[in-house]
Design a protein around this ligand. Structure first.
Ligand code: ARG
Ligand code: MN
Ligand code: MN
Ligand code: MN
Length: 302
């Protein structure tokens, strides 16, 4: 289907400045041209506008909550409009708090269309903190919890009803940093987590088979790709690197297996921070992986 690129140049949910430069880093790395070269109809909608980062300390467990809400409201509307227009939205982040707005819109659209939404959360982190347990107050550590109804009304009810999704709809891959109380929450809410130990033991092929099991023609797959999913040795351009991540070959396999389903309907690319990068190499790697998500492979397969 045709694709719309939505730039979301925000770092209001992050702990480092610079994720707001992610959308342009992805453009400069050639994201749009790479998709066009694959025969995809691509429209770049430019960047959304939103409040500047006040860079203040947490208030009642949240940093910059008003700003986070404003960015996510704008993104929710833009995402929903593209889905309604029959186009696949690709969010160019920006920090991962933007998953609240994008997925709230996707969930609403799926509900209206009678589609089954499944979220693949590719990340080093579970992003399931709440204001009570967050070690940082950074909302990019909370989007999955918010989407599942745990969080401030302004975020959990962004789309009207809460929760936007059920924890069982989320399948997380690459996880290797979960805060102490956050562990309790993901266990309690039964999020389907494939952490690095699982991947080491089962291998990425079996991991992806498990995460993709049961997908059918009525499934809408939303892929939320936090670039810190990747090992920092190949993807240094993120604010919250965690060692022991997914390597290049595993990442390609993940993307190719998602492409094989033919069911990806929306995509977030988040947390890219070119200020921390090595000559935009992480953005270039992200573009390479998105090409695989769109079906690029070494050989023709059937
Ligand atoms: N768990 C940490 C926190 O809540 C880090 C979260 C990092 N999240 C991300 N999307 N990079 O502060
Ligand atoms: Mn992360
Ligand atoms: Mn499931
Ligand atoms: Mn994340």
């Amino acid at each position: 289907s045709p694709v719309s690129l939505i730039g979301v140049p925000t770092d209001v949910g992050a702990g480092h400045r610079g994720a707001g430069l992610g959308p342009d880093a992805l453009r400069i790395a050639g994201l749009g041209d790479a998709l066009t070269a694959r025969g995809v109809d691509v429209r770049d909608l430019g960047n959304l506008a939103g409040p500047r980062n006040p860079w203040t300390a947490p208030v009642q467990g949240y940093r910059h909550l008003d700003e986070v809400v404003a960015w996510n409201r704008a993104l929710m509307e833009a995402t929903y409009a593209e889905l309604q227009a029959g186009r696949m939205p690709i969010m160019l982040g920006g920090d991962h708090c933007l998953g609240i707005g994008s997925i709230t819109a996707v969930a609403r659209w799926c509900r209206e269309q009678g589609k089954d939404l499944r979220v693949l959360w590719l990340d080093a982190h579970s992003d399931f903190n709440t204001s009570e347990v967050t070690p940082s107050g950074n909302v990019h550590g909370m989007p999955v919890a918010c989407l599942c109804g745990l969080g401030p009304d302004a975020l959990t009810r962004l789309g009207g009803d809460a929760p936007a999704i059920r924890p069982q709809q989320v399948h997380q891959i690459g996880i290797r940093s979960v805060d102490q109380e956050e562990k309790r929450l993901i266990k309690q809410h039964q999020v389907d987590v494939y952490d690095m130990r699982y991947i080491d033991e089962a291998g990425m092929k079996r991991t992806m088979e498990a995460a993709l099991a049961g997908i059918d023609a009525n499934t809408h797959l939303h892929v939320s790709f936090d670039v810190d999913f990747l090992d920092p040795s190949i993807a240094p351009g993120v604010g919250t690197t965690v060692p022991g991540g997914v390597n290049y070959r595993e990442a390609q396999l993940v993307m190719e297996m998602i492409a094989d389903t033919g069911r990806m309907g929306s995509l977030d690319i988040v947390e890219l921070n070119p200020l921390l990068d090595n000559r935009n190499a992480t953005a270039e790697l992200a573009v390479d992986l998105v090409e695989s998500l769109f079906g690029k492979s070494t050989l023709m397969r059937d």
